[in-house]
Design a binder for this molecule. Structure first.
Ligand code: AMP
Length: 522
C-alpha cells in the first residue's frame, strides 16, 4: 500500500495511505498523488522535473532511466530503449539491448520503478497505483501494462483509459466533484488525446460525478514521434541531395537528429520558423523550416486523426452540435494545427484548460484515491462507465466455406462490464477438453485481428455424452480486461486462458526481483 510516514515520539510509524496515479506515456511519464485536501499534484522526479522521459539506457551493467537515458540516444543509441510502449503486446522489444532480448513490459517496468523510487523519496513507500493506458489498447497490451506494474514492485489497483482520466481531471477542475458545485448538468465532452506515440479519441458524457464513455477509437501507432520522423526524413533527404550520404545510417547521428527535430517541432508551436542543423562525417547542413512547411509535410497525419474523430462522434450517435467541449490532452496537442483543425471541424474553440502533460496522471491519482477510500469502506466519490475499444470474438470454422472466421461476441463500444455466453457442445462421447481461440478486432478474418490467446477447458467431467452443452462466458471487465467462466449444468469447470506473448508467473517473479533489487538503482 502507498503510505505517507510520520514519526511519532515513540518511533512508531503512523502510515496514512496516499493515492498515486501514473501516466506511463510512450515518450514521457508522469506520477501524481492526492494532497491532504484530495487535490491531485504532480510529483517531481529525482532530477527535479515533473515529466520523465520514458527512455532506458543499458550502460554496461548499469541501467539509467529518464533524462540521462534520453541524452544517451545521441551517443549510445544501440544501448537505448525508447518508445517501448509501442511494442507492448509483442514478445520482445524490437532491438537487442546489450546483446539481450527484453520483453517491452520489462522496459516499461524499469520506467515505473524509477517513478516509484523517486516518488518514495518525497512521500514515503509507494506500492499501490493506478496506471493509465490508451483507450485503444487491446487486452494483451492492458495485461502487459499490469504486468509491468507488478515487475516494478507495485500493486496495480486498476488501469484506466487515458482520455477517461483526462476527463476526470477536467471534471475535478471544473468543480463537478464539489457537492455544492454546478456540476450536475449533462455535458458531452470529446477528448482528443495526441501524445508522443499514441492517439486516442473518446466521447464522454459527464453528468456531475458520473463519467460515461459513449465511444472510443484511436491508433496505437500514431503520435508526436511520427511528426518528428517527417522532419528527420526531410533533413536527411536534403543531406543526401547536397552531400550524398544519409546521416540516418549512423544510429548516434540519427539519435541526435531526432532530438534536434523534436526541438524544432516544439519551437514551431510558438514561432513561425526555425533552423535545424545536421552534422555528419565532418559535413554540415543547415535548413530553415517554416511552420507552414512543417504543417504541409505532416497534413496526412493530422487528417488521420480528424477522420478517426469524426467516426468516433458518429459511433457515439452525436453531432458536433451535441458536443459541449472539445478537450485537448497529450503534449502533441500543443501543435497549433491541432487546435485549428478541431476548431474547423467542431465550430467551437477547443478547451486547453487542463495541463496536457499532467491531466492524465491527475485523473489516475483521483481514481487511486477513490479506490483506496473505497477499500476503507467509504462511498465512491465518482463513477466511471467505459466501453470496449475492440470487438471480442472467437475463431470458428464457417461450415459453408470451411474457412476460419472471427465470430464477434461482444461488439466494440459496448458498455462495460459486458458478458456474453456461448454454448459449446462436446463433439464425441467422453471428450476430455475444449479449446477456444480468442481474438480482438473488427475483421472477419482472424489473421487481421489481434490474437488474445487460447482458452482450454480441461479436464471435462468424465463420461460426458456427445453434444453435452458447456456454457462459456466471456466477460470484459470495466478496465477492458477479459475474464472467462466455464460451467456444465451450472457447475463451474477448471480452465486456463493462455495469452499470446505474455510472460509466465515465474518469468514475472524473476523480472520483479531483478528490477526492484538492482544495485545500480538510485
Ligand atoms: P505526451 O505523451 O502526452 O507526454 O506527449 C509527448 C509528445 O508531445 C512528444 O511527441 C512531444 O514532442 C510532444 N510535445 C510536447 N510539447 C510540444 C510542443 N510544444 N509542440 C509540439 N509537440 C510537443
Amino acid at each position: 500500500m502507498l503510505f505517507r510516514s510520520s514519526k511519532t515520539g515513540s518511533q512508531t510509524m503512523n502510515r496514512t495511505p496516499i493515492a498515486v496515479g501514473i501516466d506511463l506515456g510512450t515518450t514521457y511519464s508522469v506520477i501524481a498523488r492526492l494532497d491532504n485536501l484530495g487535490r491531485p499534484v504532480t510529483l517531481v522526479n529525482a532530477e527535479g522535473d515533473k515529466i520523465t522521459p520514458s527512455v532506458v539506457f543499458f550502460d554496461g551493467a548499469n541501467i539509467v532511466v529518464g533524462k540521462e537515458a534520453a541524452k544517451a540516444l545521441a551517443t549510445d543509441a544501440p544501448a537505448v530503449a525508447d518508445c517501448a510502449k509501442r511494442d507492448m503486446g509483442q514478445r520482445f522489444y524490437h532491438k537487442l539491448l546489450g546483446g539481450r532480448q527484453f520483453p517491452p513490459e520489462a522496459i516499461q517496468a524499469l520506467i515505473l520503478d524509477k517513478l516509484r523510487r523517486d516518488a518514495a523519496r518525497m512521500v514515503g513507500s509507494v506500492d499501490q497505483v493506478v496506471v493509465t493506458v490508451p483507450a485503444y489498447f487491446d487486452e494483451v497490451r492492458r495485461k502487459a501494462t499490469q504486468d509491468a506494474g507488478f515487475m516494478a514492485g507495485l500493486k496495480v489497483l486498476d488501469i484506466i483509459n487515458e482520455p477517461t482520466a483526462a476527463a476526470i481531471a477536467f471534471g475535478f477542475q471544473e468543480g463537478f466533484f464539489d457537492p455544492q458545485g454546478a456540476g450536475s448538468a449533462k455535458r458531452n465532452v470529446l477528448v482528443y488525446d495526441l501524445g508522443g506515440g499514441t492517439f486516442d479519441v473518446t466521447v464522454m458524457q459527464i453528468e456531475g460525478t458520473h463519467f460515461r464513455a459513449l465511444a472510443t477509437d484511436g491508433d496505437v501507432r500514431l503520435g508526436g514521434q511520427d511528426w518528428d520522423q517527417r522532419l528527420v526524413d526531410y533533413v536527411a533527404e536534403e543531406f543526401i541531395r547536397t552531400i550524398g550520404i544519409d546521416p540516418r545510417e549512423d544510429p548516434n547521428t540519427d539519435g541526435r537528429l531526432r532530438r534536434e527535430c523534436e526541438d524544432a517541432k516544439r519551437t514551431l508551436s510558438t514561432r513561425l520558423k526555425t533552423t535545424i542543423v545536421c552534422d555528419y562525417k565532418g559535413q554540415s547542413v543547415k535548413l530553415e523550416i517554416t511552420r507552414q512547411k512543417f504543417q504541409e509535410m505532416t497534413q496526412d497525419l493530422l487528417d488521420r486523426t480528424a477522420f478517426t474523430t469524426r467516426q468516433t462522434l458518429q459511433a457515439a450517435g452525436l453531432t458536433w452540435q451535441d458536443v459541449d467541449r472539445v478537450l485537448l490532452t497529450g503534449g502533441s496537442t500543443r501543435m497549433p494545427a491541432v487546435s485549428e483543425m478541431l476548431r474547423e471541424l467542431s465550430g467551437k474553440p477547443p478547451d486547453t484548460s487542463v495541463s496536457p502533460d499532467e491531466a492524465v496522471s491527475h485523473g489516475a491519482a483521483l481514481l487511486a484515491g477513490m479506490l483506496l477510500s473505497k477499500q476503507g469502506g467509504k462511498r465512491p466519490t465518482f463513477e466511471i462507465k467505459n466501453v470496449n475499444s475492440h470487438s471480442l470474438g472467437l475463431v470458428g470454422v464457417d461450415p459453408k466455406t470451411d474457412r476460419r472466421r472471427n465470430v464477434v461476441m461482444i461488439p466494440r463500444n459496448t458498455v462495460l462490464p459486458a458478458a456474453h455466453k456461448k454454448v459449446f457442445r462436446t463433439q464425441k462421447p467422453k471428450q476430455s477438453s475444449i479449446l477456444m481461440q480468442i481474438v480482438e478486432g473488427e475483421s472477419m478474418s482472424p489473421d487481421d485481428c489481434s490474437q488474445i490467446g487460447k482458452c482450454t477447458v480441461y479436464p471435462l467431467p468424465k463420461n460426458l455424452p456427445a453434444r453435452t452443452p458447456i456454457d462459456v462466458t466471456f466477460r470484459y471487465e470495466e478496465n477492458g480486461r477479459l475474464a472467462v467462466m466455464v460451467s456444465v449444468a451450472g457447475k463451474s469447470l477448471k480452465h486456463e486462458l493462455v495469452r499470446d506473448n505474455t510472460l509466465t508467473q515465474e518469468q514475472l517473479d524473476s523480472w520483479r526481483t531483478f528490477i526492484t533489487s538492482r544495485p545500480d538503482a538510485p
